[in-house]
Design a protein around this ligand. Sequence first.
Ligand SMILES: [Zn+2]
Length: 48
Amino acid sequence: MSKEQMYCVKCKKKVMVEAKPVTMKNGRKALTGKCSCGTKVFKMVGNK
Ligand SMILES: [Zn+2]
């Protein structure tokens, strides 16, 4: 897994998390991970 910077809504800041690639129902790619506070963070992959 790779580390990715994502925004945590609970911490209200960008955090480095272990990013896991996922493909959503509509075929779009995204990255998901878990902040150290336990909140699930999510990031859309814009390019490609
Ligand atoms: Zn957090």
